[in-house]
Write a protein that binds this ligand. Structure first.
Ligand SMILES: [Zn+2]
Length: 303
């Protein structure tokens, strides 16, 4: 008997990632294509439907689809409520639109929730019950797993860790607030500060390298990022006291040095009694963690 599979789809601001996952979390196939999120959502969803049909023709034992999307999501109804990144995506019934055309159950959730669900189940959070994760990149997202379940809040706006205020009177965020973690600790903030300082453009990885070599411009450029992320993590630790904090996203791979610096700053901000339990780790599933988490959601929805 062939094993049951799920199709995970991660709709990001830039790319849509899809992967076929088996019941043990193994990735059978993966692919990605541009989102072009400025187009009407019906056009983007039709493209996803076409891709899904192609994949389902090859893998006939796919029994469910999971979709991760950027923004607060009503996962009972499979509805994206709003998105700060995808323009004009408001109250989009993703689950219904996809399942009507594909004749298969479709589950929907916030993309960062699903990335952390993936890590919780098969990555850096394996074996724990309470895990909080941050996705670091052009913006910051996050997900909270409490007692083995995604915490979504009463009105589906819970777990939006990127929109916690880490600096009063800070930079304006797309959500309307000022000083949200997602803008204070974005990669754009690092690169733009560096070009302000030096007149040169460098990528984030290079700026971190320069900073670790004590380049003063690079050190000043990464400081707001380090402070924002550390404040965010410390807040979460003091509120939830989870088993571990997971840092995901390309920037989390800026080396052990980054982790060391963040740990040091976090320790200075949390209850001293928590220091001995502090566990901050980097994600293990890579850039497809959201799509893998989406496939897991689909699998769990069928149980
Ligand atoms: Zn915000």
């Amino acid at each position: 008997m062939r094993s049951i599979l799920s199709l995970g789809i991660d709709i990001g601001g830039t790319n849509i990632k899809i992967c076929v996952v088996d019941v043990c979390g193994g990735v059978i196939e993966k692919d990605s294509f541009p989102t072009q999120g400025n187009r009407p959502y019906s056009v983007v969803l039709n493209k996803i439907i076409e891709k899904s049909k192609q994949v389902m023709l090859v893998h006939k034992n796919i029994r469910g689809i999971g979709v991760g999307v950027c923004g607060p999501t009503n996962s009972d109804q499979g509805l994206l409520i709003t998105s700060p990144i995808l323009k004009n995506w408001s109250m989009v019934p993703i689950s219904q639109m996809l399942s009507d055309k594909l004749n298969i159950p479709v589950s929907v959730d916030n993309d960062a929730n699903l990335a952390i669900l993936g890590e919780y189940k098969y990555g850096a959070g394996k074996g724990y019950m309470n895990v909080v994760g941050f996705t670091l990149g052009t913006g910051v997202g996050g997900g909270i797993i409490l007692d083995g379940k995604i915490y979504r809040g009463r009105h589906w706006f819970g777990g939006e860790l990127g929109h916690m205020t880490v600096k009063t009177r800070g930079i304006q965020c797309l959500c309307g607030n000022n000083g949200c973690l997602t803008v204070e600790a974005s990669t754009h903030r690092i690169t733009s500060k560096y070009s302000e300082e030096t007149g040169n453009k460098e990528n984030v990885q290079k700026i971190f390298e320069l900073a670790w070599n004590q380049n003063p411009h690079a050190l000043r450029s990464i400081d707001p990022f380090l402070e924002g992320v550390s404040v965010g993590i410390a807040n979460v630790l003091n509120i939830f006291d989870p088993d571990c904090i997971i840092l995901a996203g390309g920037i989390a791979n800026a080396g052990e040095r980054l982790l060391d610096v963040i740990v040091k700053r976090v320790k200075a901000k949390i209850f001293p009694g928590l220091n001995m339990y502090l566990k901050i780790t980097t994600a293990e599933l890579g850039e497809y963690s959201g799509a893998i988490g989406a496939a897991i959601l689909a699998m769990e929805s069928q149980v």
